[in-house]
Ligand binder design. Structure first.
Ligand code: F6P
Length: 320
């Protein structure tokens, strides 16, 4: 390997900049050249490729977002697009690419690997929905951001003795909702993996909690279930308790990364470069059972992940 390309793809996540910085500096330290590919696979197809040196990544470890910018790219899901991408890499002398993103981005990396470009994936998403890893870059910052916002909603909810539905991100996965549910002491946590859509049960619990003297009722609703505003209307009608919906939205994706996201993203960035230097390709870096490890991308994409049963079970008792 002589030249490493790095790109961020899919939704941005805090800590991506720390990972880019680590890739660039670890690669330079190992005597490699580094090229930044802007706007994910879309930028690759447009040849938006820039040389990077140690100063290109100064003052970014503390910044949210991604300095390389990111995109979701339809064209790269086609075999013509993938072939064009591999040819562009070859034209620019890029023989290894580090892709920071989620499962969709790893599928692109898998295709590039099959076309002769060595690729390594780094798990970057606030959703924590990558099966092979217990940690994804950005999740820690996102749950801390959401937790702080929910604390604020809780203050006003208690003052007005309201029910508050707070919708958090996560696409089809409920990890952000579960963590916030526990961290914010929610009375109900609705996860796409668990919710049975029995709204009457929810209503009965709100009334029962009120009878037990609870001054607010916090429902954390995962966006995979959604419809928080109409749900609030129905709950208010059925319970007579004023109910408001708050959708946290993209604020969960921004902000300065936490210490954990900076440290893990930096470690993973270096690990990815080291794998390329060992001649490895089609691998994804993961954090599993307390260790940084790597998996074959095909194997990683075939893995399944589920909500930790015990942590979900304890929520009910924690909100009595
Ligand atoms: O994957 C990260 C994420 O923020 C999800 O939680 C959410 O469903 C999605 O991206 C939103 O995507 P967009 O920014 O394109 O609206």
């Amino acid at each position: 390997i002589k030249t490493v390309g790095v790109l961020t793809s899919g939704g941005d996540a805090p800590g991506m900049n720390a990972a880019i910085r680590a890739v660039v500096r670890e690669a330079l330290a190992k005597g490699l050249s580094v090229k930044g590919i802007k706007r994910g696979y879309a930028g690759l197809l447009q040849e938006e490729i820039v040389d990077m040196d140690a100063r290109s990544v100064s003052d970014i470890i503390e910044r949210g977002g991604t300095i390389l910018q990111t995109a979701r790219c339809k064209e790269f899901t086609t075999s013509e697009g993938q072939k064009k991408g591999a040819d562009i890499c070859k034209k620019h002398g890029i023989d290894g690419v580090i892709v920071i993103g989620g499962d969709g981005s790893f599928q692109g990396a898998q295709k590039l690997a099959a076309l002769g470009i060595n690729t390594i994936g780094l798990p970057g998403t606030i959703d924590l929905d990558i099966a092979c890893t217990d940690y994804t870059i950005g999740f820690d910052t996102a749950v801390n951001t959401a937790m702080e916002a929910i604390d604020k909603v809780r203050d006003t909810s208690t003052s007005h003795e309201r029910c508050s539905i707070i919708e958090v991100m996560g696409r089809g996965a409920g990890y952000i909702a579960l963590w916030c549910g526990i961290a914010n002491g929610a009375e109900d946590i609705l996860l796409p993996e668990k919710y049975d859509y029995d709204e009457q049960k929810l209503i009965d619990n709100i009334i029962a909690c009120r009878k037990r003297g609870k001054q607010h009722h916090i429902i954390i609703n995962a966006e995979g279930i959604g419809h928080s505003t109409s749900m609030a209307r129905r709950i208010e009608e059925a319970t007579g308790i004023e109910t408001r919906a708050t959708i946290l939205g993209h604020m969960q994706r921004g902000g300065s990364p936490t210490c954990k996201d900076r440290v893990y993203a930096s470690t993973m960035g270096c690990y990815a470069v080291d794998l390329l230097c060992q001649g490895k390709s089609n691998r994804v870096v993961a954090y599993r059972n307390g260790e940084f490890v790597d998996y074959d991308i095909d194997e990683a994409l075939a893995m399944k992940k589920s909500i930790p049963e015990y942590q979900y079970e304890i929520c009910r008792n924690l909100s009595i």
